[in-house]
Design a protein around this ligand. Structure first.
Ligand code: GLN
Ligand code: ZN
Length: 781
């Protein structure tokens, strides 16, 4: 063998919140006005310092600088590149951090720029401005702030933050790899009303070039430049823009590591390999099959960074498998080899290691998990193996953990496998088509034209949250907890009766979260004590860990629903979360296809539907707000995904009698591009979020001639505003022009758990009134 350069290890990014979510608390303190910007910056600097030390101690060859952000890394770039939208009316004299939070969180009319703004002008005259729009970062559950461009956008280097951070790391003695979002991805992720974003590239590139020049001068050895859009189906104009852009950036003389992740490169593979950069990072977890192609096309002298450790999931890496994947790469690629997580570790918890408090209450599961800190250690072990150093202890430990996970009877259950194997083609089909079901259902349910209902949850008051917390802590016993929840259910039912709603719900008081509630009662799920990941800003979520075959040991919602039904003669709608939403909002297994996991959940939920039906519940809603989020980044994968996802939904919903009415609910997205698949779910009624777009979405349902019933949300529950009767009547008339009234329902946009009771009563009262008015109009016509 030739003498090889030693393998290097690095990370694309590190969780910025800190081990105990220090950043979250510091931010919220600052926003409340309890700490100054300087105090917040001190916390930020300390967190960076700490995270770099963790990277150094893990043996990484470089620390990553530029992944830190007080809200979002894309927002950092908006300031770095000097393109704060003009609509905020910044004069430039406001402190940078105050402008940052104004963009991230919006400005209320007559409000100042924040506790520590430093404005001396009459702040009370500030006009209100909504925050930058927030949207999902590729297919993750992280949300970024959307840059806004226009024909008048001008770029310049406008923030010292990144440079200061590089200096901070250099002063602490670290070898530095700075990280930037690449110019093409930055433009792609933004939005522009009046201009083609790509037209801004020429103007943007010199700014990037000077940033790179400065980073190099400050002592950054490398700049990782992220172009995750290389994993998307790009228009030709965008693809063709890469080469000239990177030729221009190469003039800076900085060593660039071009990073792509989340999705296969496919038609962009050659392009990525041939760009004039010093190295390329590829995601070998999402696209292991491309490694061969990359080693074929990447010039021999370039650095190849292989993302072998899953940056998106919480499982320990099977190091033997990873090594097997790396061996051919080592044999073939003559240039330097680096190892890294597949993407930034932003998407996994800080640590799930054995040293701190146990990750979950399940000691067996704990041995299978790896958070960010543990993933860095895995890189080190792999590096040692490749370079022929001894890592026997770590290796043996890893092997034992992987073997235990592979063979655990809690992961692989014969009864679950058998059930899936026995499923027949009929199991995901209702026995009769919708029109006949509809006739049966109206016979049994006796609902008026344009029935009114809600989406499930009613206000989660502090009393409700306190009771749940006390029950969980053990300071409230089961009997008292039950009594209190029943009182809440009674309250919700009485309110709905008084309002005159047609189909009632129990109100979901007992649910902390629509996924966690079910996960906690199903076999196959574990919950971490501290496994937080950033969702947006200071907001973190703690996704359940779906580790094994899913089964339902006992009914989960039947008691509460039956209790609610016992209080009223009006029909009570059972309320469940669907398999795809449970899948999407959890960390899921990587040892079987997602489709199999979805099907297992589907069977468990199907049992619940069945039990509700047997207990006399005639309507069951199965929420799938996350259906669209599961779409693969590349269009070629859509059909297969939608096929198994809609099948999973139908599996939950198809075991019932014709007279039982299945509802589903979706929100947070546009659906017009997947309407045939939504129709293929064959729910009797779908309630969807439409009010904010003025029923625009509904037009799509009309054009497509959606065959079943629809409840377009007639008011936006995300705002405390109480819509007037007239406003809702107007929306309903619009809806009635698109959907035949026999198939139209009336309901809010989404659940009401974030609202207070007074606005809820007022809004629902108006909604019922609007329904009556429209019924009268129709009767007269
Ligand atoms: N049934 C849930 C609720 O009402 C639905 C929430 C959602 O769609 N996100 O809260
Ligand atoms: Zn919703």
């Amino acid at each position: 063998m030739t003498t090889k350069v030693p393998t290097k290890i690095h990370t694309l990014g590190f969780p910025r919140m800190g081990e105990h979510r220090a950043l979250k608390f510091a931010l919220e303190n600052h926003w409340r006005g309890d700490s100054s910007a300087a105090e917040l910056e001190t916390t930020g600097a300390a967190l960076r310092e700490r995270h770099w030390a963790v990277q150094r101690d893990a043996g990484l060859d470089y620390v990553t600088v530029g992944d830190f952000a007080y809200y979002d890394h894309v927002a950092n770039h908006i300031q770095l590149l000097g393109c704060e939208p003009a609509r905020f009316g910044f004069e430039g004299t406001e402190p940078e951090l105050a402008r940052y939070f104004a963009m991230a969180r919006g400005v209320h009319a007559g409000h100042d720029h924040g506790a520590d703004c430093g404005c001396t002008t009459a702040a009370a005259t500030t006009p209100g401005q909504p925050a930058l729009e927030m949207t999902k970062w590729f297919d993750t559950n992280y949300h970024y702030l959307v840059p806004e461009f226009s024909a008048t956008t001008r770029f310049r280097v406008a923030s010292e933050r990144l440079f200061d951070e590089v200096t901070q790391a250099r002063l602490a003695g670290h070898p530095v790899k700075a990280v930037l979002l690449g110019p093409l991805s930055f433009l792609w992720l933004g939005k522009a009303a009046d201009i083609d974003r790509l037209a801004l590239l020429d103007q943007l590139l010199p700014v990037y070039e000077s940033i790179l020049t400065r980073l190099k001068a400050l002592g950054a050895d490398w700049v990782q430049i992220d172009e995750p859009i290389l994993g998307l189906d790009l228009p030709d104009a965008w693809r063709h823009a890469f080469a000239p852009a990177y030729w221009q950036l190469a003039r800076s003389g900085a060593q660039l590591l071009l990073a792509s992740y989340f999705s296969p490169l496919q038609d962009n593979l050659r392009l990525a390999c041939q760009l004039p950069v010093t190295g390329l990072h590829v995601d070998a977890v999402r696209a292991p099959e491309e490694l061969v192609g990359v080693t074929d096309w990447l010039p021999a002298h370039k650095v190849l960074s292989v993302g072998v450790v899953d940056g998106r999931n919480i499982w320990r890496t099977d190091l033997d498998a990873a090594l097997a994947r790396l061996r051919p790469v080592v044999a073939k690629h003559q240039g330097p080899l680096w190892l890294a997580p597949s993407c930034s570790l932003l998407h996994v918890p800080y640590s799930l290691g054995a040293d701190s408090t146990p990750a979950t209450q399940d000691p067996e599961v704990n041995t299978w998990l790896a958070g960010a800190v543990e993933k860095l250690a895995e890189l080190r072990t792999l590096q040692a193996a490749l370079d022929g150093q001894n890592a026997d202890v770590a290796w043996a430990d890893n092997r034992a953990a992987c073997r235990s996970r592979r063979t655990s009877p809690r992961v692989h259950r014969a009864d679950v496998a058998l059930r899936l194997a026995r499923a027949t083609a009929d199991d995901d089909r209702r026995t009769t088509p919708f029109p006949q079901r509809q006739a049966q259902q109206s016979l049994h349910l006796k609902l008026p034209l344009l029935p009114t209902t809600t989406i499930g949850s009613f206000p989660q008051t502090s009393a409700i949250r306190a009771a749940r917390a006390a029950f969980k802590r053990g300071t409230l016993d089961a009997a008292h907890y039950r009594a209190q929840m029943e009182a809440e259910i009674t309250h919700a039912v009485r309110q709905q009766e008084a309002l005159g709603l047609d189909v009632l719900v129990h109100g979901e008081a007992e649910r902390n979260d629509m996924v966690e509630y079910f996960g906690e009662q199903l076999d196959g799920f574990a919950f971490t004590a501290n496994g937080w990941v950033q969702s947006y800003g200071s907001r973190c979520v703690k996704p359940p860990i779906l580790f094994g075959d899913v089964a339902r040991p006992a009914p989960m919602t039947v008691d509460w629903t039956v209790y609610a039904q016992s209080l009223t003669t009006r029909p009570m709608k059972g309320m469940l979360t669907g398999p795809i939403t449970i899948l999407q909002w959890s960390f899921v297994r990587d040892d079987q296809p997602r489709s199999t996991t979805a099907q297992q959940i589907a069977w468990a939920i199907r049992d619940e539907v069945h039990d509700l039906e047997r207990a006399g519940i005639r309507l069951v809603q199965i929420d799938e707000p996350a259906l669209r989020e599961g779409l693969p980044l590349r269009r070629a994968g859509w059909a297969a995904y939608l096929d198994w996802a809609t099948r999973a939904f139908r599996t939950t919903a198809s075991g019932v009698a014709d007279s039982t009415q299945i509802h589903t609910h979706m929100c947070y997205a546009e659906f017009n591009d997947i309407l045939p698949e939504i129709a293929a779910m064959d729910a009797d009624v779908i309630t969807i979020e439409t009010s904010r777009s003025g029923m625009e979405l509904l037009q799509g349902f009309g054009d497509f001639a959606y065959p079943n019933s629809i409840g377009p949300g007639v008011y936006d529950i995300h705002s405390p505003r109480v819509p007037t009767v007239d406003a809702m009547v107007a929306l309903l008339r619009k809806a009635a022009s698109v959907v035949p009234v026999e198939r139209l329902w009336i309901n809010p946009d989404c659940g009401l758990k974030t609202r207070g009771w007074s606005e809820t009563q007022a809004a629902l009262g108006n909604m019922v009134q609007a329904a009556r008015q429209l019924r009268e109009e129709l009767a007269e016509a």
